[in-house]
Design a protein around this ligand. Structure first.
Ligand SMILES: [Mn+2]
Length: 359
């Protein structure tokens, strides 16, 4: 027995993108709409045997017709079995897109908040799953273990770990260990924290397929799980979507080159939140800076955390003594030591002003 699973979750198609202009929000929704097709391409390229979508495929129960059509047409390019376990955002109901969209025959949507088993004789596996029918789901794995079948048991489920009182189908390592799955393909957690192991079970959340805010920074993607009699191997598959990134930049006397130099080459496709830090004579002109930088990134949020120099009143204050001694040391130091001493001076002044390190 050896199967390859492409496992994705939390696509959140048709999310509103409230922080963006209406034009950019529409563009982002269109880009997200392409995610099912990208996943289908990857399933074909990597010769996956199964595609698991572990919930929150849609951001809500209402979707644009073209979004449901994008999912339908992407999945219809596949001949492999596809399993969908609706989550708290896209729970199953008679009025949900799951009921209203005619998905191809290779797609199975779990529509009940109880574990169901689909045996796949050819692959030698059982696929277990469940679907939310409201914005919450009880703990389905509590006291559960798979019956002996001679096949390898797999799970696809939208579930939260490490929070036994969670309304989102809480699961524990102990339950997963006892349940008897070789691989549990989970959804709900928006960042990939690596595969985990509980007894003979490997389980993982791939995180969202693409970020939607600065609480979802960095590279996002799906997982490839190779399950065989020898064990389960999981690896991350980046999907190459726009990333949210945070930068902290010392503004200095001219923040424009400081910010420009801090942006990497691929900044154009990313959404940045840049925080200006350090001591400056004047507050930076954020509007002018935004106008000059906005063409270099997909979207820019600027925050000003700079501060003005404080007058040194009297040389007997701690600040005055520190400043005087550091100046003496800098004047006396060889050239190569000066950058380090200047940095020490800056950090010391930050600390004295109650600003420890970059904000
Ligand atoms: Mn969720």
């Amino acid at each position: 027995m050896s199967v390859r699973i492409l496992h994705a979750a939390d696509l959140h198609l048709d999310a509103a993108f409230e922080g963006l202009s209406p034009e950019k929000a529409a563009l982002r929704r269109a880009e997200f709409r392409r995610l099912p097709s990208i996943l289908a391409d990857e399933a074909l390229r990597l010769r996956a045997d199964l595609l698991f979508l572990a919930g929150d495929i849609f951001d809500s129960g209402r979707v644009y017709p073209e979004t449901a059509e994008a999912l339908r047409s992407a999945l219809s390019r596949l001949t492999i079995p596809v399993f969908i376990a609706p989550g708290n955002h896209d729970y199953y109901s008679m009025r949900s897109p799951w009921a209203e969209t005619e998905l191809p025959g290779n797609v199975r949507v779990f529509t009940k908040p109880e574990l169901e088993c689909v045996p796949l004789e050819e692959l030698g596996v059982n696929v277990w799953g469940a679907g939310y029918t409201s914005a919450s789901c009880p703990p389905l794995l509590r006291g559960f273990s798979v019956p002996e079948s001679g096949r390898t048991d797999l799970l696809v489920l939208h579930a939260e770990a490490d929070r036994p009182d969670s309304p989102y189908c809480p699961v524990t390592a102990e339950e997963l260990s006892r349940a008897g799955f070789a691989y549990a393909a989970l959804g709900h957690v928006h960042s990939f924290g690596g595969p985990r192991r509980a007894g003979g079970c490997v389980y993982a959340w791939p995180g969202c397929c693409a970020g939607r805010g600065f609480d979802e920074c960095g590279e996002k993607g799906a997982l490839i799980a190779d399950v065989s009699d020898a064990g389960t191997e999981v690896r991350f598959l980046p999907l190459g979507q726009r990333e949210y990134r945070e930068l902290s930049v010392r503004a200095g006397s001219d923040p424009l080159p400081a910010v420009t130099n801090a942006l990497p080459r691929d900044a154009e496709r990313c959404l940045y939140r840049v925080t200006l830090t350090g001591e400056t004579e004047e507050a930076p002109d954020l509007a002018a800076l935004a106008a000059a930088v906005s063409g270099k990134v997909f979207d820019l949020t600027l925050r000003d955390a700079t501060y003005r120099p404080r007058p040194i009143d009297g040389s007997d204050t701690l600040r005055g003594i520190f400043l005087r001694r550091m100046r003496e040391r800098i004047d006396a130091a060889p050239e190569r030591d000066r950058p380090m001493l200047l940095e020490a001076l800056r950090l010391g002044l930050d600390a004295l002003d109650g600003r420890e390190g970059p904000v």
